[in-house]
Write a protein that binds this ligand. Structure first.
Ligand SMILES: [Zn+2]
Ligand SMILES: [Zn+2]
Length: 278
């Protein structure tokens, strides 16, 4: 199964990729299944259509226009149903104080798949260094995993954890030693497995030039040791050249780590597919 389970389009504030172009590109490159996972980040982004949205690079920074988004996915599903399976999802950037809003959203719009990501803590972003500033490397790394652990203990309406060690991507001091955060990561993975959820491998580690996978091989190994099986593979596409990228390479890495299956989702239920290299 050649699938891509992490895709951003024109409905995300940080992408301009038209949804239908993405579908046509996916068909042309032989993808059999895709899932749209545009961004929702309560706390730091205003709702679509609100007048007080922050402007970044000429575009209002807002969450997805939900009614138009789900309508567009439905239309593409019926237009291209004999060429590709299209699933509907979102990427939730959850924080301690926004969990109720996400629960409400998930109940209002039933989806196939939800990525749970930590993009901010206390409304402070990682990619701008706002969260890391004024903290030691140990402090911001521990605080990141503490926040993730706290969220997974309480928030259960999701399918997989997105880019579990995202903080590595934005760590200007280099990668913080795994052994110093391993205990927290173990706790997080135990909750994920116990809840019947999964994790994703985010193939964008290739384009970010990271030295390890996302999450790292050590984390993936630990996940397997603890009994974790559910894994999705997603490119975190924001533009055409990201689509479907490094998925075969990631499958090879997963096979080496002992994983035999990757997964897709239908109405929040996981479906296993043997990992086969094209
Ligand atoms: Zn993300
Ligand atoms: Zn994403």
């Amino acid at each position: 199964m050649y699938s891509d389970y992490h895709l951003h389009t024109e409905f995300s504030d940080d992408s301009e990729y038209p949804m239908e172009s993405l579908v046509c590109d996916a068909i042309n490159m032989g993808l059999k299944e895709i899932c749209f996972t545009d961004h929702v980040d309560y706390g730091v982004k205003t709702e679509f259509g609100s007048h007080n949205a922050r402007i970044h690079k000429g575009k209002p920074v807002t969450n997805v226009d939900y009614p138009r988004y789900f309508k567009a996915i439905k239309a593409l599903q019926s237009k291209y149903h004999d060429q590709i399976t299209i699933r509907s999802g979102l990427e939730f950037g959850v924080q301690a104080h926004t969990q109720d809003a996400f629960l409400k959203l998930e109940q209002t719009y039933p989806m196939d798949f939800i990525i749970l990501s930590i993009h901010q803590v206390n409304d402070q972003e990682f990619w701008t260094q706002e969260f890391q500033d004024g903290k030691t490397q140990a402090e911001y790394n521990r605080a990141y995993y503490e926040a993730l652990l706290d969220v997974v203990k309480h928030y259960k309406a999701y399918s997989v954890l997105g880019h579990l060690d995202l903080i590595v991507r934005y760590d200007e001091q280099g990668t913080y030693p795994y052994d110093d955060v391993k205990d927290r990561i173990r706790e997080i993975l135990k909750v994920v497995i116990q809840d019947g959820k999964g994790i994703e491998v985010n193939t964008s580690y290739n384009r970010y030039g990271l030295s390890d996978m996302t999450p790292s091989r050590a984390i993936l190994k630990l996940y397997r040791e603890l009994g974790g099986e559910i894994i999705t593979i997603g490119s975190d596409t924001h533009k055409a050249e990201h689509l479907g990228a490094y998925i075969d390479e990631t499958k090879e890495e997963l096979l080496k780590l002992g994983f035999k299956y990757h997964h897709t989702f239908d109405k929040m239920k996981h479906i296993a597919h043997p990992i086969v290299i094209k």
